[in-house]
Design a binder for this molecule. Structure first.
Ligand SMILES: Nc1ncnc2c1ncn2[C@@H]1O[C@H](COP(=O)(O)OP(=O)(O)OP(=O)(O)O)[C@@H](O)[C@H]1O
Length: 576
């Protein structure tokens, strides 16, 4: 991992958590590490199922882990075919099975060829045959392993084979947990359906409902949606015809079946035809249904839940130096690489984006408080270009951004599952490579125990001795080392003081027992400099306005050291 110059690669510590107390985690390894990425439910007449000629997947015994999982969940075994499914050469995700071997329409096959896909990934090779036979499937595979095509191809084929037309309304619904993921999935479906007369669309929060009403009235055969907005349309758009629904796909099912989506999902299930009670889809409460469900678990036998091409490490940084290290790191990579930095709250993303841009580190931000139009344009720009993106967990799931070089976790994840999804934004697809670096405060070290319990081991990185004193005492060194930038340091310090004045920083200071003198020192000042706060500046006006509204700018308080909760942010405090 090239983390120079501010952090040097250290020897992975023999056992970084050995000295820490035993983990009290009661999460099973399966629950923690697996991305139950696909959940497809088809309640369609099962007459005339096509028998496929080829074998449908893996030969050999199911590994014990997979069997255990199925036993626990009461699912059926994946059928074994005669054809051997081998992994491609060079440790990539591809198998030896070709798309040209699939019994699919020429319209789909042509689109796939134009997307330059030749071989199927394992999750595709193992789940597509079951889905084509209209079985209900729950699929699970590592991040970036091609789950999207695994569920889209059979869904589109289903519409074609049943001669579904716009007049029939919506035949396939794909539910995604975030707006960006819905837009992305819609884009892939659009490419796949390039030669089809059937149409598609998406409905997501933060956009105009009325224009979508009109679209739905005309008939949208494949609809990609986020749960809240889908429910709004189910309730309020009388012209939305979903009575002939053939297939429901839940992407990132483990996320969607979590508590905060539960109520919406219950309501959605109630309204959709042929979809049974919500409880049946939690895979615990209805044995009969569970028995019909095919579980396709790729990589269950592998100990390592993260992908091959990912290098991962952590460094322990005291809170007063955390920003400086981030700053030095980002300054080094600048626009030459693609970096995603995860924070735990919208307010923290906002604050750090403002501060970094102010310090001439150009970066974009995505979080729940950004308007949807800006979120979408930022997302697509970041897909295309190098640069730095600060984000909350809203960008942790499913987003397929090519060639991300680094994932930095400035605030730690909620737990191993969260960690896996965040780092899964890099090293994606066939032979993808990337690096992930986790910042930990000394009191957060216990997270490593939870990660280790799920077979994620991280190398330890340290500041180089050479850089530590400079980072400690001379902020102007890291901002460029010349006299002009000394002024910039003063300005940065001023903005800290402004935040301090507006209480949010004061809370951080209290929590981490920092004193202003130490912070001033980290900006390169021996004594506390007198900085005019210019209370008539526009910043202070905003501050006053916010105060009138009673809100603190970053919402950071003793119980919320990572900032105010908002939208997608569920976590307040990550102390392990
Ligand atoms: N058969 C294939 N051959 C080559 N590349 C593929 C194939 N299938 C998918 N990919 C590529 O792999 C990348 C990851 O695919 P996808 O986004 O579907 O992963 P995922 O498993 O859904 O990931 P996540 O768990 O993060 O949601 C994409 O860039 C996609 O284009």
């Amino acid at each position: 991992m090239d983390l120079k110059p501010c952090i040097r690669s250290a020897q992975p510590s023999k056992n970084p958590v050995a000295a820490l107390p035993e983990s009290g985690s009661d999460e099973s390894v399966y629950d923690t590490v697996r991305d139950e990425g696909i959940l497809q439910m088809q309640k369609v007449e099962r007459k005339g199922k096509r028998k496929r000629e080829e074998g449908d997947g893996m030969e050999g015994k199911l590994d014990k882990k997979e069997e255990d999982v199925m036993k626990e969940k009461g699912m059926v075994k994946e059928k074994k075919g005669k054809q051997k499914l081998k992994k491609g050469k060079g440790g990539g995700i591809l198998t030896n099975k070709l798309f040209s071997e699939l019994v699919i329409s020429e319209l789909t096959a042509k689109a796939i060829r134009e997307m330059n896909y030749t071989h199927l990934t394992e999750i595709q090779a193992r789940s597509i045959p079951h889905l084509m036979e209209q079985s209900d499937v729950m699929g699970s595979a590592k991040t970036g392993s091609g789950k999207t095509l695994a569920f889209l191809i059979p869904a589109i084929e289903l519409l074609r084979s049943s001669n579904f037309l716009p007049v029939n309304g919506t035949g396939v619904i794909v539910i995604c947990p975030t707006r960006e993921l819905a837009i992305q999935t819609h884009k892939v479906a659009k490419e796949l359906m390039k030669y089809y007369s059937q149409n598609l669309g998406y409905v997501i929060g933060g956009t105009n409902m009325r224009s979508k009403d009109n679209q739905l009235a005309k008939g949208v055969n494949v609809l990609v949606a986020t749960p809240g907005r889908l429910l709004d349309h189910l309730r309020r758009t009388s012209s939305f015809n979903y009575k002939s629904l053939k297939c429901l796909i839940i992407d990132e099912a483990d996320r969607i079946l979590e508590q905060n989506f539960e109520e919406n999902m219950k309501q959605i299930f109630k309204r959709l035809p042929q979809v049974e009670d919500f409880a049946n889809f939690t895979f615990r409460k209805n044995e009969e249904r569970q028995r019909k469900l095919v579980y396709v678990g790729v990589d269950d036998s592998e100990l390592k839940p993260t992908v091959e091409g990912l290098q991962q490490g952590y460094c322990v940084i005291p809170s007063e130096k955390r920003f400086l290290v981030l700053y030095a790191f980002l300054r080094k990579v600048r626009q030459k690489q693609k970096v995603m930095v995860f924070f735990s709250s919208c307010s923290s993303v906002k604050f750090h984006a403002e501060l970094l841009n102010f310090l001439a580190i150009q970066c974009d931000d995505i979080h729940g408080q950004v308007k949807q139009q800006k979120r979408t344009s930022t997302f697509f720009r970041f897909k295309e270009e190098k640069g730095i993106l600060l984000c909350t967990n809203v960008a942790a799931r499913g987003l397929d951004i090519p060639n991300v070089d680094y994932i930095v976790q400035y605030d730690p994840p909620d737990g191993p599952k969260d960690y896996i999804h965040r780092v899964g934004r890099t090293a994606r697809g066939d032979k993808g490579k990337g690096s992930a670096l986790l910042f930990l405060l000394p009191e957060e070290l216990k997270l490593l125990i939870h990660l280790q319990a799920t077979n994620i081991s991280l190398a330890e990185y340290e500041f180089s001795k050479k850089d530590v004193p400079k980072l400690q005492s001379r902020f102007e060194y890291i901002v460029g080392g010349n006299y002009f930038l000394n002024e910039l340091a003063k300005e940065a310090y001023r903005s800290y003081l402004l935040a301090y004045n507006s209480h949010s920083m004061k809370d951080i200071f209290d929590i981490h027992q920092l004193d202003l003198k130490k912070v001033a020192a980290s900006f390169g000042f021996k004594d506390l400099p007198k900085v005019s706060l210019n209370l008539e500046s526009s910043a202070s006006k905003h501050r006053k306005m916010r105060k009138v509204g009673g809100g603190r700018r970053h919402g950071i308080g003793p119980s919320k050291p990572y900032g105010r909760r908002g939208g997608y942010d569920r976590r307040h405090l990550a102390r392990f």
